[in-house]
Design a protein around this ligand. Structure first.
Ligand code: SF4
Length: 421
């Protein structure tokens, strides 16, 4: 086994799951509030307001457990549904997989989810009706089977597993509960998942190895860890919140991190396609200023490549009380007029500009801009930016960069310079 998913069932256990995920490679966490953990007297849907801080953890890759449990009849259905809806909104905002508990409420769960959830949904530990499972699979949800699939009298569940599309099936332990045969009655643990895989292999009438490969592929897809991996659009580093709004850039710097790795700090930041505006709107709406010192607009690319979006997001963040910073290569005057650029900068408290060279030729050689006059635009941008916000410069140590001259230039501009690398 190479990867584990540890879901939370309350705020406290979700925080613990996030901490546990830091202890070794391959451990991931989910954060959520299980319907049975809700306290009817003291909880309201506001309880989910504390979840985004946990969801920002790089190894928290799913929202859950969440869902509905009408079997126990302890927490009012209305409260459960409202809290479940908040979880769905958070999963969609952060682009995270949703792990859904449903007991005595499978149909209601599908009603609340609706037809157009934009993230993978896992019907966790499924033991409900066949028709509901088929409807869920038709919608593209994953059906998770636990030790219940191995229980001797559970032919009905095995028939269901045999009849569902193979690419919708997941196996899980739900440890420490639901121990499968032949260890039923003992404390369950992740390694017991092999007994469930054996039963899937039997009902599929497939070779165990082929079954294992299919189930692993399904899990990676469900958790968005496969080839089309989910991009983290928001991440927490150095006490700041970073918004990763684009993968495009106007330069091709020789030292660019994008050429060496897909992310930093445990976050996956490479883009398969440009992030949707609605997703960025939702995720920023779930954040609050107390979660970080600054809200930094960056990208795994150059944020000013999306100027209208950048202006709108930064403007609304500023209105909501965030201290807002722009990290830029400073070449947007190659594409925007000075007036448009000044307007773009208005919401920002701070602008951090990558200088990275001491002159035109050095810049061309190291940063390889699309616009051959980019260096001149960069110097003009610095002058414009300092009229709008507090400006600082950065430079990366790299062979061919005359760092002493870069420092002299920063000094002559009377601006602080941070040298990196
Ligand atoms: S400006 Fe930044 S994102 Fe663009 S190529 Fe250079 S280092 Fe990479």
């Amino acid at each position: 086994m190479t990867r584990f998913m540890v879901p939370g069932i309350s705020l406290e256990s979700s925080r613990k799951a996030a901490l546990l995920s830091e202890t070794r490679t391959g451990v991931y966490a989910a954060a959520g509030i299980h319907p049975n953990e809700l306290c009817p007297d003291s909880h309201s849907p506001d309880i989910t307001l504390d979840l985004p801080e946990i969801l920002l953890h790089p190894r928290v890759i799913a929202v859950g457990e969440t869902g509905l449990d009408f079997y126990r009849d302890r927490v009012p259905e209305k409260l459960q549904i409202e809290v479940f809806k908040e979880h769905i909104s958070l999963a969609e905002a952060f682009g995270l997989t949703l792990i859904v508990h449903s007991r005595g409420a499978e149909g209601e769960v599908l009603d609340v989810l609706g037809d157009d959830v934009t993230v993978p949904v896992i019907m966790h530990c499924y033991t409900g009706e066949d028709d509901t499972a088929r409807k869920a699979a038709d919608r593209g949800y994953y059906i998770g089977f636990t030790g219940a699939l191995t229980f001797r009298k559970n032919d009905r569940l095995r028939d269901l597993a045999a009849s569902l599309p193979a690419d919708r099936i997941l196996i899980e332990t739900d440890a420490p509960y639901m121990s499968p045969e032949p260890v039923r009655g003992r404390r369950n643990e992740p390694s017991n998942v092999r007994y469930i895989a054996d039963i899937v292999s039997e009902v599929w009438r497939r070779d165990p190895e082929e079954t294992a490969v299919t189930l692993m592929r399904n899990s990676l897809r469900a958790m968005q860890l496969g080839p089309d991996r989910r991009t983290d659009l928001v991440y927490l580093l150095y006490g700041n919140i970073y918004m990763n709004i684009t993968g495009r850039c106007s330069n091709r710097c020789r030292f660019c991190i994008k050429d060496r790795t897909d992310g930093i700090g445990g976050y996956y930041l490479a883009h398969h396609c440009e992030p949707l505006e609605e997703r960025l709107d939702s995720v920023i709406g779930a954040l609050t200023p107390d979660m970080g010192k600054e809200l930094v607009f960056c990208g795994y690319g150059e944020p000013t490549m999306r100027p209208e979006l950048l202006k709108r997001l930064a403007g609304s963040a500023s209105e909501r009380g965030f201290s807002v910073r722009l990290n830029t290569n400073g070449t947007c005057l190659s594409r925007l007029s000075p007036g448009e650029t000044f307007e773009l900068l208005e919401p920002f408290d701070t602008v951090s500009i990558s200088l990275n060279a001491s002159g035109r030729e050095e810049y061309r050689s190291i940063c390889r801009p699309v616009d051959e006059n980019a260096w001149d635009r960069l110097i003009e941008f610095i002058e414009l930016a300092r009229m709008a916000a507090s400006v600082r410069l950065t430079a990366v140590r790299y062979p061919g960069v005359d760092m002493e001259s870069v420092k002299e230039l920063a000094e002559s501009l009377n601006l602080p310079l941070k040298v990196r690398g």
